[in-house]
Design a binder for this molecule. Structure first.
Ligand code: GLY
Ligand code: MN
Length: 463
């Protein structure tokens, strides 16, 4: 937990931004896997953590802006819980730790909300992503459980996005800790990647590193010889000489700040000529993003710049043709890169995605695209100092997509389908690092950069 003053200051800033109303911020509850007492590893809600800092399940934070009263709501644990789980401080003690004056049992929450309503106060809540909380909220404010998104407070969403988007020094320290663990995860994956070893084995080892050194991994590791599957989870397949292993994985620090990196390792230890060509395209785009990201520039334009670089390289390799700007404007490059360049990152690996991408990554000036590929871009707006973004260009050969587009004659003025056939079983390449926008440009987060230049990767594996 950060110092108490940090949470007090964050809530005060939120109150100032909101001006009036009653804000309800739900913490998460334990969730069962296969029977009630066998639960998933608990993860607190990130917005709740941001303002109320406590990591226990079953808590709700309430901020009465009009009356300047704050509550931590939750039930104290009883002796049965203590026997099985150990002692946990009372809710009043948890509240005091983060500078909250009032605490109350869960049964009081309805009374607080009813009283606010009777005084004409507006009730502000966020869109919910867990069904138990949807039902709780439904009971509390009298809406259908599935309409929390439609009824959520846009003013509250915007105020929270404004605050969480700019990472403060104490948050950057945590991001660096997650990056350090990420470095160890990825360099270990590169060392363990050998013909005959299963994808699952390597993923298990690196997730173990995340679990031992941090809070946990920041999302289910993507680790596969089929890098063309965007979220290809590890299988029991043994790794094959000559193919590439794509590993997209990260860690969560003890304060729940994330890292998210992707590396591609040649399973035989050396890249083939064909692999070098595609890898170089992605490497050039990745480096260009670091050189060009700075305050004031639209992330949308950085995404498009990276797509143009990949298109230029694919033209040199004979896979694409025609005018680069026209090809990218038409969306032809999206056969090879059907995703966005990167997303915000913080306490959520896709930061604040649950609040609605249109509020997090876009604004009145930059609206989301509807074009295939670019419609997956999770952020387009102008960068500001303190924003943390992932820089993750990629190039993939997705057999079903190739067949579909080829059959439709899609973008045939820009794509050399005969040449593409030679890469049908290639897989995919993605390179990902996390950057923080500074006053003048950006910096890659972490003291040590996971090797990614072709010669560095081969030399690292050889050692
Ligand atoms: N690293 C996985 C993703 O960004 O979707
Ligand atoms: Mn990512």
């Amino acid at each position: 937990m950060f110092a108490k003053d940090i949470y007090v200051a964050r809530r005060n800033e939120l109150k100032q931004k909101m001006e009036s109303g009653l804000i309800i911020l739900f913490g998460n509850n334990d969730a069962s896997t296969n029977y009630p007492a066998n639960t998933y590893r608990f993860r607190q809600d990130s917005t709740f953590l941001y303002y109320f800092g406590q990591k226990r399940d079953g808590l709700v934070g309430v901020i009465d802006v009009d009356n300047n009263r704050e509550y931590l709501i939750g039930n104290d644990i009883d002796i049965d819980d203590i026997i099985w789980m150990g002692y946990t401080p009372s809710v009043a003690d948890l509240a005091a730790e983060v500078g909250v004056e009032h605490s109350a049992p869960m049964s009081e929450l309805q009374k607080i909300v009813n009283s606010a309503k009777s005084m004409g106060q507006q009730i502000h809540f966020l869109p919910q992503y867990r069904h138990d909380i949807m039902i709780q909220l439904s009971d509390l404010v009298g809406i259908h459980p599935l309409t929390t998104k439609d009824n959520a407070s846009v003013k509250l969403i915007k105020a929270i996005v404004d605050m969480r988007a700019i990472k403060k020094p104490e948050e950057v320290e945590e991001l660096k800790k997650a990056a350090d663990i990420g470095y160890l995860m990825h360099t270990t994956a590169m060392k363990e990647c050998k013909p005959g070893v299963t994808e699952k084995y390597v993923a298990g080892i690196i997730e173990g590193i995340a679990m031992s050194l941090g809070e946990k991994y920041s999302f289910q590791s993507i680790l596969s010889m089929h890098g063309e599957i965007q979220h290809g989870y590890p299988s029991t397949r043994p790794m094959e000489a000559g193919r590439l292993m794509l590993c997209d994985a990260g860690a969560e620090s003890m304060e729940h700040y994330c890292s998210d990196n992707t590396r591609v390792t040649p399973i035989s230890g050396k890249f083939t000529m064909q692999q070098r060509g595609i890898y170089s395209a992605v490497e050039a785009a990745h480096d260009w993003v670091i050189e060009n990201s700075k305050p004031g520039i639209k992330w949308f334009d950085i995404h498009m710049g990276a797509c143009r670089i990949i298109t230029d390289h694919l033209k040199q390799l004979g896979l694409m043709k025609g005018n680069t700007d026209d090809a990218v404007a038409a969306g032809a490059h999206a056969m090879f890169m059907p995703h966005g360049l990167g997303h915000m990152m913080g306490m959520d690996v896709h930061d604040m995605e649950g609040l609605g991408q249109v509020y997090v990554g876009f604004d009145d000036e930059v609206r989301p695209s509807t074009q295939f590929g670019t419609n997956c871009l999770r952020c387009g707006r102008r960068l500001q100092p303190g924003f943390v973004m992932t820089d993750e260009p990629g190039c993939y050969f997705i057999p079903h997509l190739i067949d579909l587009w080829k059959g439709q004659g899609m973008h045939k003025d820009f794509i050399n389908y005969d040449e593409v056939e030679k890469y049908r079983n290639f897989g995919g390449v993605r390179l990902e690092d996390d950057i923080i926008i500074t006053q003048t440009g950006c910096e890659v987060i972490g003291d040590k950069i996971i090797p990614y230049h072709i010669d560095d990767v081969e030399a690292f594996i050889a050692r």
